[in-house]
Write a protein that binds this ligand. Structure first.
Ligand code: ADP
Length: 375
């Protein structure tokens, strides 16, 4: 496959050895390497190049245009021979894509370097190409860009509302206006700051969960006390919307061995959502023993989730298109974090819901042995 030009200055045996070394070096590279003459005809290439071009026949002596037909971001074919011949300085292109016969598409890293004293016929001009499949890197980049854009958008709204309210409060105070109006503006600002704090907590938990640095401490959890406390924490928020919070606690409940922090966080996410996405009726938090653990259920009489959305609610950033969802602030991160935490404590999540009737989010949390704790 790779045929290295021999060196004239070395004795034959040394030249042979050097040739073999270079051949094995280029063939062991993970990136595709192709050397071309000045007309963009293939002079040499390695195994990785065949791999990335999905070829099993020789390219030697033929125009590269026969084997490499990339497309750009708008799916328009790129004249690769022209692109190469117009390259006067080493260039890296990360925007091209390759479409295979089966219809699959990869993102291509293509470095083009013109070489003098290279592979051209008279030993003058030629080109070396480096090719790499960067599909995974690209999708991570896209995910990161989307993350930054969603987060900055979500941060902007509460900051704008807070800013408006604080400057309003200042204006009223300067004019010796009604203290009740000042109080109202400050209360709204306080709410927005609480939302920002929640969001930053979600983001911090998410980043730790994604880096796998979350600690799992197994403790004895009094489920009865935990559910009663959570219900009372949310009663004010619920009452402000005219909603009732009920608890159903099985008398046979015993102590649960798991991470109190994560169990609490998961239930809080369910309850916050139930309060957010319910306009009338009630929220019920139930807990009962099951197998070797506890089954928690948070049910509401809210807007419900359509069948197709039910499959996506645990995805990162997913928020239903339903206008009633969009009336509430949200990042689409809560249930994604919940899913990550559930995995850490070996719990199983379940969702049943009917549009316009309500939803039930449940989690079965098994008792963990202390040695299942991670440090
Ligand atoms: P957020 O609430 O910040 O948008 P979540 O990840 O907690 O993000 O939830 C994702 C989406 O799932 C929500 O935007 C909403 O569309 C839907 N959802 C979650 N819980 C409920 C619920 N109890 N009732 C109706 N829809 C819900």
């Amino acid at each position: 496959m790779v045929t290295m030009p021999h060196s004239d200055t070395l004795p034959l045996q040394d030249a042979q050895l050097e040739h073999e070394r270079l051949t094995s070096l280029i063939n062991s590279m993970a990136d595709g390497v192709i050397a071309l003459d000045e007309r963009a005809q293939v002079v040499l290439y390695n195994a990785a190049a065949l791999n990335i071009l999905d070829l099993n026949s020789s390219m030697e002596g033929q125009s590269l245009g026969k084997f490499l037909s990339p497309i750009d971001e708008e799916n328009i074919a790129v004249d690769i021979v022209r692109l190469i011949q117009d390259t006067k300085l080493p260039t890296v292109n990360r925007e091209l894509r390759l479409k295979y016969a089966d219809g699959s598409i990869i993102n291509l890293y293509l470095s083009i370097a013109p070489v003098h004293l290279g592979y051209g016929k008279d030993g003058t001009l030629g080109f070396t190409l480096l090719l790499r499949d960067i599909t995974r890197e690209k999708s991570l980049e896209e995910e990161r860009d989307e993350f930054i854009s969603v987060v900055s958008h979500e941060l902007r709204t509460p900051i704008a509302i807070s800013e408006g309210n604080v400057s309003n409060a200042q204006l009223i105070a300067d004019r010796g206006g009604d203290p009740a109006l000042i109080k109202k503006a400050l209360k709204e600002t306080h709410n927005q700051i609480l939302f920002l704090a929640d969001m930053i907590n979600d983001l911090a938990t998410l980043s730790r969960a994604e880096r796998g640095t979350l600690k799992l401490e197994v403790e004895a959890i009094n489920v009865h006390d935990l559910v009663t406390e959570l219900a009372s924490n949310y009663r004010n928020d619920a009452a402000a919307k005219g909603l009732e919070i009920r608890t159903i606690l099985d008398p046979k409940l015993e102590i649960l061995s798991s991470s109190e922090l994560y169990v609490r966080e998961v239930l809080q996410n369910f309850i916050t959502n139930s309060v957010k996405y319910t306009d009338e009726g009630s929220i019920t938090i139930a807990a009962k023993p099951k197998d070797n653990g506890v089954l928690f259920e948070v049910s509401d009489t809210g807007i419900g989730i359509s069948k197709s959305d039910q499959e996506r609610v645990f995805d990162k950033f997913f928020r239903s298109e339903d206008y009633r969802t969009r009336q509430n602030n949200g990042t689409g991160l809560g249930l994604y974090v919940t899913m990550k935490l559930a995995r850490l404590i070996h719990a199983q999540l379940n969702l049943t819901s009917e549009l316009n009737k309500g939803s039930t989010f449940s989690i079965f949390i098994p008792n963990l042995e202390p040695e299942q704790a991670q440090n």
